[in-house]
Design a protein around this ligand. Structure first.
Ligand SMILES: [Zn+2]
Length: 158
């Protein structure tokens, strides 16, 4: 069997589908991180404007979920509301970022050969060599892992 023959080996096919699924989730998470960053930038601009005593556009109140004419449109309450939302959004961002880190690690670990665990070789049968003096010496022979061709890593072609 040739090494890295990903189409033929069911184990490698399973890894490939796992990889694709994870990759899709990662792309979604990265998009949501970009959305969170855009939201944070907007909220920071709203907060800055409020601190300067400027009025916010109508769109801002829609984003903040504050109905027109509500007491929350007052400067002090608006600052509190904005700060609270910014903190919550930052916490949410951290969680998404951690999730992205874990997914990247998981993707990276999928490249490790499942047969040899990254060693590039497999231990064969345990042999017992009897010396002339009657002593028995155990030894193991090993062979190059055929799945990864001794590289310890597999190629995931997409
Ligand atoms: Zn291997």
């Amino acid at each position: 069997m040739s090494s890295n023959n990903i189409e033929a080996d069911p184990k490698l096919l399973r890894i490939k589908s796992e990889f694709l699924l994870l990759k899709e989730k990662l792309i979604k998470a990265e998009l949501s991180l970009a959305e969170i960053d855009a939201k944070l930038a907007k909220l920071a601009a709203y907060l800055q404007a409020t601190e300067k005593g400027e009025s916010l556009p109508d769109e801002a109140f829609v984003t903040l979920g504050i109905p027109k004419g509500s007491e929350w449109q007052g400067r002090m309450l608006l600052k509190i509301r904005l700060s609270g939302i910014i903190e919550r959004t930052k916490t949410e961002r951290q969680a998404v970022e951690r999730n992205i880190g874990a997914m990247r690690d998981a993707l990276e670990s999928l490249y490790i050969c499942p047969d040899c665990g990254g060693l590039g070789m497999l231990y064969g049968q345990r042999k017992y060599d009897r010396l002339d003096e009657g002593q028995i010496i155990p030894s193991s022979d090993y062979k190059t892992c055929s799945l990864c061709g001794g590289k310890g890593r597999i190629t995931i072609s997409i």
